[in-house]
Ligand binder design. Structure first.
Ligand SMILES: Cc1ncc(COP(=O)(O)O)c(C=O)c1O
Length: 437
């Protein structure tokens, strides 16, 4: 263990058991392509693209160069009543990449801000069209939409909500779609569960459509441990939203930029939402950035409103020059190296490798789509999360970075992965799971 020249105590770590971590820290000091280097010099294979975000691989030279050049030429410029080229160029590229007429982009700095921006746009959209009473927002159980008050209100992960008071009023939730009895160890989209989208009709009947602004879902739930939508589910949500004039928001903070082998999950499933929230992969996580892509009719509604500022919303760093430069370089790299296609090519072997763990003792579910997989472990009696945490630590000791939510391990490697990396990821997890059984 190298001697540290810093104290671990002052940093209040996010989403971390601080006391546990600081007693036995796992410190990463550098990274390149598919690997981190730990402070003891060990190479750690990154099976999670950092936090579902380093889609282009670590410290890629064209992105690093673009950020350096930008920092030297224009460090910051406002985007309130002023402009600079970066965000205009990046918005154009994103609009080209996004499906259908999702062709205007609002920039934020994170997924959480992207979600809150989308929810605010939904409310303001109905208001500018003269339906300002549409204020209710519909989320889903087990959803993760970041940590802003909007995001935790429509979100459905209990620990992220339970100590934070009443949150936004007027929010309702769809049921989640995961049922071990009906779909355990499904490959790709489960056959069972499309009917769960019909619950939206029940919610509409309860509140009346005239009071509902929008429905927000992750097309594939990520943070709760990879829950793949049943076949036909998203299509049905779209149809019900259309029937009642509700905006449909896909939170693609994880699924955006290639995770399923297409630019967006909307392309993959052939279901077009009214807004897409994104973050993470847009810059391959090199510089924080998030945003909302909106369909033409959403943007046009604002542009047909009163003269002057159409949306009183924005962040000092909306379209920050470094983030925009990183975004442009990242999207160029995805294109030049055909990384989305690489993800699509690898997906079948990723699926086979993930499901090779299905019969290991205590593995109660394996689920996957694109380059996302969740491996759910039976909880230790009376100690939920303990087995998952042991797996995380065991994998790290064996040279593999994974991610856990409770007792579910999640894998989402960078899109530059090869078959050999995939084999190594799942062989290592398999060995660790057997060892901690
Ligand atoms: C679907 C989804 N939305 C929002 C967020 C929040 O993003 P951030 O952590 O950048 O605020 C995440 C983060 O994982 C996410 O998975």
């Amino acid at each position: 263990m190298s001697a540290r020249d810093y104290d671990l105590e002052p940093f209040w770590m996010p989403f971390t058991a601080n006391r546990q971590f600081k007693a036995a820290p796992r410190i990463l000091v550098s990274a390149k392509d598919m690997h981190y280097t730990a402070e003891d010099g060990r190479k750690i294979l990154d099976s999670t693209a950092g936090l579902w975000c380093v889609n282009a691989g670590h410290c890629r030279e064209p992105i690093v160069r673009a950020i350096k050049q930008q920092a030297e030429s224009l460090d910051f410029a406002p985007t309130f009543q002023m402009g600079h080229p970066g965000p205009f160029r990046l918005a154009q590229t994103i609009a080209h990449l996004a499906p259908s007429d999702l062709n205007h982009v609002f920039f934020a700095n994170s997924g959480s801000e992207a979600v809150d921006s989308a929810l605010k746009i939904a409310l303001a959209y109905h208001r500018v069209r003269g339906e300002g009473q549409r204020t209710r927002l519909i989320g889903r159980e087990r959803a993760y939409h970041g940590v802003g008050f909007g995001g935790i209100s429509v979100g459905g992960m209990t620990p992220n909500r339970k100590v934070f008071g009443a949150m936004l009023p007027g929010v309702d939730h769809l049921p989640h779609t995961h049922d071990l009895e009906k779909m355990a160890k499904s490959r790709g989209q489960p056959e069972w569960g499309a009917h769960l989208a019909n619950d939206l009709e029940r919610i509409v009947a309860l509140h009346d459509a005239s009071n509902i602004a929008a429905v927000i879902v992750e097309p594939v739930q990520g943070s709760t441990g990879v829950v793949v939508p049943p076949k036909g589910y998203l299509e049905r949500l779209r149809a019900i939203c259309d029937k009642h004039g509700l905006l449909l928001i896909f939170d693609e903070v994880i699924t955006g930029f290639g995770r399923l082998g297409s630019a967006f999950a909307a392309d993959y499933f052939g279901v077009i939402p009214d807004m897409i929230t994104f973050a993470k992969g847009v810059t391959s996580a090199t510089v924080p950035m998030g945003g909302v892509i909106v369909r033409k009719h959403v943007y046009d509604a604002f542009m047909g409103g009163p003269e002057g500022i159409e949306l009183f919303h924005g962040y000092t760093y909306s379209g920050h020059p470094l983030a925009a430069a990183a975004g442009e370089a990242t999207l160029a790299l995805y294109h030049d190296e055909e990384l989305f296609a690489n993800a699509a090519r690898l997906a079948p072997c990723f699926e086979d490798a993930a499901h090779s763990l299905a019969d290991i003792p205590n593995v109660i579910d394996v689920r996957n789509i694109g380059l996302m997989a969740g491996i759910e472990l039976a909880p230790r009696p009376g100690k939920p999360g303990a087995r998952g945490y042991e797996a995380l630590v065991g994998c790290f000791e064996a040279g593999l970075l994974t991610r856990i939510t409770g007792d579910t391990l999640a894998c989402s490697p960078p899109l530059i992965a090869t078959k050999a990396h995939i084999d190594q990821i799942f062989t290592t997890i398999g060995k660790v799971l057997k060892a901690i059984a």
